[in-house]
Write a protein that binds this ligand. Structure first.
Ligand code: XIL
Length: 376
């Protein structure tokens, strides 16, 4: 009798361990891809116990939402603010997470001094090159061997595939991208290097990025992956369009990363897509309908949207190296203020009280099922 019950206990415990082992996103995805989360300045500076625990438990990778952007880490030519990034890196290391740098060269949240002289006029090509080199080298050498990979250039293309007329482009032309990748590789030859952009399922834009990848490779420059930001709405992009872009990028010989994933549940009356952070629309109550609760059918459709997309990423797990959600819980999400300020959105995997949403369990099941198949 005693033996039977201890045997039963043993079986129950091992079952329990198995269930526990597979009950986090981090565990469930470990044979598929890195599962990442963007950490905000509050979290980087210590945050709170509940959020830190979720970040550790569910994610194998972190990326800073803001603290490494040039306006924050390098606000003046001779002033660096490494404190938050140092803490973020230490947090990731303590939790054995892959740490990603975001972002080295970007026209938004760009330090005011970066591309102009003391009179506010654009600097010369030579000066800008030297500044880019110094910026990239200083950051990447400081975190050498600790940050796994960087979004070297962010959002260099318009949706129609033409080059964005950013200050970098206006001063250096399209070569600014090559230069950035070259400086990055010199600074830390072991770091992975990525190009990152939104609306990557727009064919003209994806094609432009494919051309970029090919030309970087043709010049012998390192590029490991393209980041598809993944800021999504309920109705766009379609799974098919996203899939077509994953395929195109994989065919160009790079890995794909879903770098900034969130799915807004709110109406999108302007048919807005992507993440051009200067896009703004006026607030009205009709566009902010879920201040008190979300109707069941809408919630169901949102869950399906998440699991459909996650299913796609799993299908391409050999190409997709990382899936990163853009923030931990709904309360922190930038989508509450973009592209309309002051709405109440629900785009992430944890709610405002840090409860795990039911969709997370569905995603864990999807990942477990795929991992099991791999082992067969
Ligand atoms: C956003 C942050 O989430 C906000 O906190 C900030 O105010 C603006 O930038 N594309 C990117 C991200 O590459 O860095 C942006 O992050 C969202 C769009």
């Amino acid at each position: 009798m005693k033996r039977t019950s201890s045997l039963m206990l043993g079986i129950a415990c091992s079952l329990c361990v198995q269930v526990m082992a597979q009950s986090s996103l981090r565990e469930a995805t470990k044979d598929l891809f890195l599962m990442g989360v963007a950490v905000n300045n509050y979290q980087v500076n210590g945050g709170n116990r509940a959020e830190n625990d979720l970040i550790k438990t569910h994610f194998s990778s972190i990326v800073p939402e803001n603290c490494m952007k040039s306006s924050e880490i390098h606000p003046e030519e001779n002033r660096w603010e490494f404190g938050p990034t140092d803490k973020m890196v230490a947090f990731g290391e303590a939790n054995n997470q892959a740490i990603i740098g975001h972002t080295l060269i970007w026209h938004s949240q760009l330090a005011r001094w970066f591309t102009v002289d003391e009179k506010g006029q654009p600097v010369s090509a030579e000066v800008l090159k030297a500044r880019m080199r110094e910026h990239i080298h200083t950051i990447m050498k400081r975190y050498k061997g600790r940050i796994k990979g960087y979004d070297v250039v962010n959002e260099a293309f318009e949706d129609n595939g033409s080059y964005r007329r950013s200050p970098f482009y206006r001063i250096l032309g399209e070569d600014f991208i090559k230069l950035a990748f070259q400086y990055a590789h010199e600074a830390d030859p072991d770091a992975e290097l990525y190009y990152n952009d939104y609306n990557m399922s727009t064919p003209a834009k994806c094609d432009a990025v494919v051309r970029l990848v090919k030309s970087l490779k043709a010049e012998g420059l390192r590029i490991d992956a393209v980041g598809m930001q993944g800021h999504m709405n309920m109705d766009s992009p379609s799974v098919e369009a996203f899939e077509a872009s994953i395929k195109k990028l994989a065919d160009a010989g790079v890995k794909v990363m879903i770098t900034e994933w969130d799915i807004s549940i709110l109406p999108n009356p302007f048919n807005h897509s992507g993440a051009n952070i200067s896009d703004r629309f006026a607030y009205n109550e009709a566009n902010d309908p879920y201040r008190n609760s979300i109707p069941k059918d809408v919630q169901k459709a949102w869950n399906k949207r998440y699991t459909d997309m996650f299913g796609l990423f799993i299908k391409y797990h050999e190409v997709v190296d990382r899936v990163t959600v853009w923030g931990l819980n709904d309360g922190h999400s930038w989508k509450n203020n973009f592209p309309i300020r002051g709405r109440k959105d629900y785009p992430l995997l944890f709610d405002r009280e840090n409860n795990v949403k039911p969709v997370v369990n569905q995603m864990i099941k999807q990942a477990n099922k795929a991992s099991k198949k791999l082992k067969k």
